[in-house]
Design a protein around this ligand. Structure first.
Ligand code: ACO
Length: 192
């Protein structure tokens, strides 16, 4: 995904972590308003592309949503493409959600896991391992195992991705849109 400004000036690392301040933890400060505006453009464009890819009626990721909902975003770039100006390859959005879930026995469990809320790799770069790079980076950054996370309405591509890379195959049926896998409920106690 190309932009009419220098992606490398906005994001210094190949994978950047952005919180609601848009300040990349490991990269540039977004204090300058022109940089802030460009970051907003990138996030909004990514959100639109992801919604289109998932055939959603409206984006679930935008700069304003990121600010108000306290979600966190990992952004992957290819700094060498576009004559050295860089391109944005994709993103992964995570956030904590309080959920009421059912374990294998149908017992209600209240939990506030880290959830994958949105995930997108540019069409021409899918199935090249970019999604895996982003996901692995997030797991290391959060020091988390994938079976301890919840997945918000995962697409069939994402379910296939989780099965292939993390052997997450057996989900535990829920009554909401979230998918959790066996292993999620270890050490979790029932709602009294
Ligand atoms: N059809 C089926 N499975 C796919 C496809 C596809 N077109 N693309 C990727 N996958 C899965 C497969 O398991 C694939 O392995 P395979 O090629 O051996 O079959 C594996 O992902 C490849 O892994 P990566 O290359 O690391 O994944 P990629 O860079 O393609 O990123 C992602 C995966 C993010 C799901 C990407 O395909 C994508 O953006 N899809 C469109 C948007 C989408 O569905 N996002 C998930 C929304 S749900 C949510 O965020 C909670």
């Amino acid at each position: 995904m190309e932009f009419p400004f220098d992606i490398n000036q906005l994001f210094s690392e190949r994978i950047c972590f952005l919180d609601q301040t848009f300040a990349a933890e490991n990269g540039q400060s977004a204090a300058r308003s022109d940089l802030q505006a460009h970051i907003v453009t990138v996030i909004d464009e990514l959100g639109r592309a992801s919604a289109k890819a998932q055939q959603l009626t409206a984006p679930i990721t935008s700069a304003s949503k990121l600010q108000s909902q306290f979600h966190q975003l990992y952004l992957l770039k290819d700094g060498e493409s576009n004559r050295g100006h860089g391109v944005v390859v994709g993103f992964l959005k995570v956030g904590y959600k309080k959920l009421f879930l059912l374990d294998r026995r149908g017992v209600h469990i209240e939990a506030e896991p880290l959830c994958v809320l949105d995930f997108y790799i540019a069409e021409n770069l899918q199935r090249h391992g970019c999604g895996l790079d982003l996901f692995d980076f997030m797991l290391q950054h959060k020091n988390l195992e994938p079976e301890l996370m919840a997945y918000d309405r995962p697409s069939h591509k994402f379910l296939s991705f989780l099965a292939k890379h993390y052997c997450l195959i057996h989900s535990v049926p829920q009554v909401n849109n979230f998918v959790v896998f066996e292993g999620f409920f270890l050490n979790k106690t029932a709602v009294p």
